[in-house]
Design a protein around this ligand. Structure first.
Ligand SMILES: C[S@@+](CC[C@H](N)C(=O)[O-])C[C@H]1O[C@@H](n2cnc3c(N)ncnc32)[C@H](O)[C@@H]1O
Length: 308
């Protein structure tokens, strides 16, 4: 299957990163290389790109997409939480820009056998990194009812989490995404199913986040990323749901205002200094033109900060 993913907020992200020739940039979620391609156009001559992804299929696609820039980039199969070590191994001490385009790619969603989609019947998988042992099968069939309720409520913001968790436990073993969708549909009362998004959307999001530990690693990864930026270097993050956006917003706020002195204290005694300046007061969202050609961009939000 050909790798297809339309990069979101492309021009906006380029403006936020402000790349120029000679820059060294890390694309933490290189995917099919759509953003990376535009970054490379702007940092050459003299620049270099490091592209990281957990998914070897994505890296293969990026390798082809970026072919014309051979020798000016390195692709690494890893989790972006390992960025410090990846850069150290490459002998790079600091970089000019870092991009994180979070979540799954359209390609991962469309590749039926990966089990990300509630629209197609496949085995329960949802691993971004297929070399990882832990999959959606383990979450759905091995978590306690309480744990299932917790992740479906917290990561899916699903009001029927309690009933869905109970129905899952009563219907184990669950082997396929199709079976899981049926269980979720039975758990949600018919009246509540009539409007809004697909009834399985929130639960699938929750299980995917748990399988890939998407939220637990994000805050720490942002702190690490900022430390790798040179003064004036920029970090830009694209999120696709409110839980991710909240973590990014909070991390940027804490890094830009780390003072922990009591409110109202006349002078700062904690001595903590801001590490970044926030450059997007409000998050940047897709234009009407982008929404009309790429409906999957509708929940995208970009935020950026600059190392002081
Ligand atoms: C939305 S896509 C990126 C698309 C890319 N910007 C492009 O233009 O093609 C997100 C990618 O991030 C990868 N990913 C998600 N979390 C990751 C992590 N913690 N470490 C490394 N890669 C990750 C996924 O495998 C996926 O390929």
């Amino acid at each position: 299957m050909e790798f297809s993913h339309t990069p979101v907020l492309l021009q906006e992200v380029m403006d936020l990163l402000g790349c120029s020739p000679g820059n060294v940039v890390v694309d933490c979620t290189v995917g099919g290389g759509g953003h990376a391609y535009e970054i490379l156009k702007r940092i050459l001559p003299g620049g270099y790109l490091i592209g990281i992804d957990r998914d070897p299929n994505a890296l293969n696609a990026a390798e082809k997409r970026l072919e014309e820039f051979a020798n000016h980039f390195t692709l690494v199969h890893s989790n972006y939480i390992n960025m410090e070590r990846i850069l150290e191994d490459l002998g790079i001490k600091e970089v000019d820009g870092i991009l994180m385009d979070l979540g799954v790619s359209s390609h991962q969603l469309d590749e039926k056998e990966r089990g990300f989609s509630y629209m197609q019947d496949a085995s329960l998988d949802m691993r971004m990194d297929p070399t990882q042992a832990f999959s959606a099968y383990n979450v759905v069939n091995e978590y306690s009812q309480n744990e299932l309720r917790r992740i479906i409520r917290n990561y899916g913001e699903e009001r029927w989490a309690d009933r869905i968790a109970g129905f899952i436990v009563d219907n184990r073993p669950v082997e396929t995404t199709g079976q899981l969708v049926d269980i979720i549909k039975r758990a949600i009362p018919a009246g509540a199913r009539r409007s809004g998004p697909h009834p399985a959307k929130r639960t699938f999001q929750a299980i995917r986040i748990e399988v890939n530990q998407e939220l637990s690693q994000l805050g720490e990864s942002i702190e690490k990323a900022v430390k790798m930026l040179r003064p004036g270097g920029r970090l830009c993050i694209i999120t696709f749901h409110s839980l991710e956006d909240r973590i990014v917003k909070r991390a940027f706020r804490d890094l830009s205002n780390p003072c922990i002195c009591p409110t109202g204290a006349p002078i700062c005694t904690c001595g903590r200094k801001p590490e970044v300046k926030i450059i997007t007061g409000r998050p940047v969202t897709p234009s009407a033109a982008e929404l009309s050609i790429n409906p999957r961009s509708r929940s995208a939000k970009a935020r950026a900060c600059e190392r002081i």
